[in-house]
Design a protein around this ligand. Sequence first.
Ligand code: GDP
Ligand code: ZN
Length: 301
Amino acid sequence: MARVKTAGERATLQGRIIASYGRRHRVELPDGTRLDCMVRGRRRDLVCGDRVSLVPDGSGRGVIEDVAPRATLLYRSDSHREKLIAANVTQIVIVVAPLPPFNEDLVNRCLVAAEHGGMKAVIVLNKSDLPESAGARDALVPYEKLGYRVVAISAKRDVGPLRDCLAGVVSVLVGQSGMGKSTIVNHLVPDAAARTAEISAALGSGRHTTTHAQLYRINPETEIIDSPGMQIFGLHHLSIDEAAHAFVEFRDDLGRCRFRDCRHLDEPGCGIAAACEAGAIAPDRLAFYRKLARELTRATR
Ligand code: GDP
Ligand code: ZN
């Protein structure tokens, strides 16, 4: 039962981390108030999207006392460190464009991260006003066949087609820089620039906030997290088995290999290789899987 608080004691509030800079976090309360918070103790793994309980100090600051268990956690990792991107996201929106050419390896990695993390994935083809977009559309057909929704937009003209796939969910926007992610966010959130400036001032991070994720609540059910542009997406935290399961089209055939510990690289009697030969798995996806699996084998050695 809740204890009655004595004068001077402050109530614990629930909030959401909307941006983090080192150990400093900008937290938004349900009524829209934003506080600059530090974390009690040594915990350093808090991230944008985390639901926290905090004690305000009455002058716009607060201390985070606890973090709620996360429904999901999106992160990337190389051989020596993990980089948290966002917590409690239900959907990853992968932004690509015809120009500059998008990196298919990165798209595949984002899809693997989404499947592994239990998040839905959507691919947005931006700059569809450009003549080069026909080729990019063709390149995305195989992903559509796998069941991933592809939404073509021109952020410069209209982000409308994207709105209904964002409605009612918490999405994180990911992509290489130059694909038009900032343009999309600025259209979805008209005061995005002002909010970024506010966060930079509050966290004293100057220009550095652009290197961190930022959460925008569009309405009570719809939130988007803008993540910094990336060129690489390390998946060193996955085991080979987890990686194979993150390829949606492999799942039916994973039990068909001769060896139970088959890595689907060059083992005889591999069910995945057979499915590829039979045309059920695209050679490009198997090639990408094998590249990833070799990377993970080296990492665990
Ligand atoms: P970010 O690095 O992903 O945040 O990309 P920006 O939003 O900064 O956009 C990169 C460049 O692409 C800018 O010059 C934008 O004006 C341009 N751009 C963004 N969206 C579109 C679009 O829909 N069509 C065209 N033609 N250019 C766009
Ligand atoms: Zn196999």
